[in-house]
Design a protein around this ligand. Structure first.
Ligand code: ADP
Ligand code: MG
Length: 337
């Protein structure tokens, strides 16, 4: 968790010395094995920024303590350790909300998004245990596939609880960052901050406008490991955007590229030519999970579903040495550059 938090003014308004004029302040720190960058539009008030910083840290710590598979003491890890999950296991309201949305997105995407892929994620070396010596044998994958699947999970809303049969190992890494963003957004709104940009590891949610009354501008990156070049710019003032790509979290072994996104049907890392998917929705948890799901589905299937559901999605597909891009009709209105 974050132990140090930086607070710094990003942009002092030119030609303005009034103390109560609003500026963009940045609050940043490490979280979930990545980093958060938060911008808030506020008048100059160091004490208030201090308080917001520690409130943000606490908010994120709560999400981490609940949903991380990288922490043995998390709520999720204690569920995952149970050798019998066939009776209702009480969970926090937040964990329930994320599990519920996970199952909805599994249904919507025909199982492309599936939080029961945990054992497969670990077999391929993207879990807490690190890289395997060899790629897992097909028999092992098939054996794991026979006992995983989101259909094995049941949820109860009141009081919130989950059960599974057979035993499952759940992995919320593809949705928890987005949920963390939503929690920080909710916290800021409760604190009376109405203009902000919250980003965790590339998943973003914004509200309101910048001090110069313009919308927040977000970049969709070019999907290359080296650079941070921009492919497109979108302008948002009340929405979330998440991006899923094969270009950042992967490893190469014997000339093969292994993505950390697993196709729950084959049990193997995805290999198709879709390089990056960006999804814009109201809340970041949904955008985060859908981006991962669409990445699993590949361009043709994902685009068909996105158009049918009227979702705002932007695809970058590898073609030879270059890229081709495609925006769904709902995405077009956000593009400014
Ligand atoms: P990306 O932004 O590339 O989608 P995320 O961090 O959102 O990356 O999600 C990737 C992580 O989600 C993986 O490291 C793994 O833990 C988990 N995961 C992999 N495949 C799936 C899947 N099909 N459904 C749900 N979670 C998955
Ligand atoms: Mg995701």
């Amino acid at each position: 968790m974050a132990s140090t938090v930086m607070v710094l003014a990003l942009a002092a308004l030119a030609g303005c010395s009034f103390q109560d004029r609003e500026k963009v302040w940045e609050i940043a720190g490490p979280v979930f094995g990545t980093a958060y960058h938060i911008k808030v539009v506020l008048p100059d008030d160091p004490q208030r920024l201090e308080n917001l910083s520690s409130g943000i840290e606490k908010t994120l710590e709560q999400v981490d303590a609940s949903m991380s598979t990288w922490r043995e003491d998390s709520e999720l890890s204690s569920f995952n350790r149970q050798d019998d999950q066939s009776d209702w296991v009480p969970v926090s309201r937040n964990l329930y909300r994320v599990l519920e949305r996970s199952l909805e997105i599994s249904e919507m995407t025909g199982g492309a998004f599936d939080i029961t892929v945990g054992p497969l994620v670990n077999l391929w070396g993207f879990g807490p245990d690190g890289r395997p010596q060899d790629t897992p044998p097909d028999e092992k994958l098939e054996e794991v596939l026979t006992r995983t699947g989101y259909q094995n999970l049941s949820l109860r809303e009141n009081p919130p609880a989950v059960k599974a049969e057979p035993v499952q190992y759940l992995d919320l890494s593809a949705i928890a960052k987005g949920f963390g963003v939503d929690q920080v957004a909710e916290y800021l709104e409760n604190e009376g901050v109405s203009a902000y940009l919250v980003e965790i590891g590339g998943e973003i949610r914004v509200n309101g406008r910048k001090p110069d009354d313009t919308a927040w501008r977000l970049a969709v990156e070019q999907p290359t490991a080296e650079g941070r070049q921009v492919n497109r710019i979108v302008a948002l003032h009340k929405a979330a955007m998440a991006t899923s790509g094969d270009y950042r979290n992967y490893y190469e072994s014997q000339g093969q590229r292994y993505s950390h996104t697993i196709d729950p049907v084959t049990g193997k890392p995805i290999t198709h030519s879709l390089a990056s998917v960006s999804v814009i929705t109201d809340d970041c948890m949904t955008a985060d999970a859908l981006a991962t799901a669409f990445n699993v589905m590949g361009f043709e299937r994902a685009n068909a579903l996105a158009v049918k559901e009227n979702l705002a999605v932007y695809f970058i597909v590898r073609r030879g040495d270059g890229f081709e891009t495609h925006a769904t009709p709902a995405f077009l209105s956000y593009i400014v550059d």
